[in-house]
Design a binder for this molecule. Structure first.
Ligand SMILES: Nc1ncnc2c1ncn2[C@@H]1O[C@H](COP(=O)(O)OP(=O)(O)OP(=O)(O)O)[C@@H](O)[C@H]1O
Length: 249
């Protein structure tokens, strides 16, 4: 395992204390180690892209970061404090396949607002406007197209104004147009000050979005570098092979 603290070059690197710290984070499942002593510090600015082959542990890592899975050892720290359910409520996670209620678009947003004790139709309208779904407000959510469903999932994640937005391959099943819309919203969100962690397999997408790249392989952190460094001179054999399109073993 490498302690891949970001060195130089990336926006904000070394200038302030980390927003998010993973301290020797470990997850075991019986004899199998899914996440192996990962230590990582993420700064508050920009989009961190997480890459790695199938089964590398990217989704498991996001679940640990959101407190949905408890680590076997190690800690997740948010602004230096241990992650708690209260802190996790200020974070949002969007999954690859949106899980939507069998209700209207509006009702899907209102459900989250109620669950978080937030009030105001204005929040709902703002969120739907941001993702371009104002004209679908009364539609049954499950009858939206795949791209629209993912934008609704994004609206639901954004309506609480999260400090951290995590997305797990949100465009994996979408066409280029729908993908572009999601990328635009994610970039706008990051520009407005929300920290974004974005998991993707798509190297082109990673190049478009990433300020820094976390590369994981077999549950280990292989590399954490500023994006320009990662794409031009990856430090590890696995990352080099991955970027070249070779099979990573
Ligand atoms: N709840 C779980 N219990 C036990 N093992 C799990 C669990 N969830 C995932 N795993 C295992 O952890 C490993 C990493 O899975 P994960 O879904 O995090 O990979 P990934 O990098 O997101 O892959 P992909 O790119 O295919 O989505 C896999 O071997 C998977 O089978």
């Amino acid at each position: 395992m490498r302690d891949a603290v970001l060195h130089g070059g990336a926006p904000g690197a070394g200038l302030s204390s980390p927003l998010l710290t993973l301290d020797r984070l470990r997850l075991e499942d019986g004899a199998h180690c899914l996440i192996e002593d990962v230590t990582l510090r993420l700064q508050s600015d920009g989009i961190t892209v997480v890459m790695g082959p199938n089964g590398a542990g990217k989704s498991v890592l996001l679940r640990l970061l959101h407190g949905l899975t408890a680590p076997s050892a190690g800690h997740v720290l948010w602004k230096g404090a241990p992650l708690t359910p209260e802190i996790a409520k200020r974070h949002s996670l969007v999954f690859q396949k949106p899980v939507l209620l069998r209700r209207s678009v509006a009702a899907n947003i209102d459900f989250i607002l109620r669950a978080r004790g937030l009030r105001g139709e204005g929040l709902r309208w703002d969120a739907l406007r941001r993702v371009g779904l104002l004209d679908k407000v009364s539609h049954p959510a499950r009858r939206l197209s795949g791209g629209e469903q993912q934008r609704l999932a994004l609206a639901r994640a954004l309506v609480t104004s999260p400090e951290l937005l995590m997305l797990d391959e949100p465009t994996a099943n979408l066409d280029p147009g729908a993908t572009q819309m999601i990328e635009r919203i994610v970039k706008e969100t990051a520009n407005q000050g929300t920290k974004v962690i974005f998991v993707t397999h798509d190297i082109g997408q990673a190049r478009r979005l990433a300020g820094d790249v976390v590369f994981v392989h077999k549950g280990q952190l292989e590399e954490h570098s500023p994006a320009n460094q990662f794409f031009t001179s990856p430090q590890t054999a696995a990352a080099k092979a991955y970027l070249s399109g070779d099979i990573v073993t």
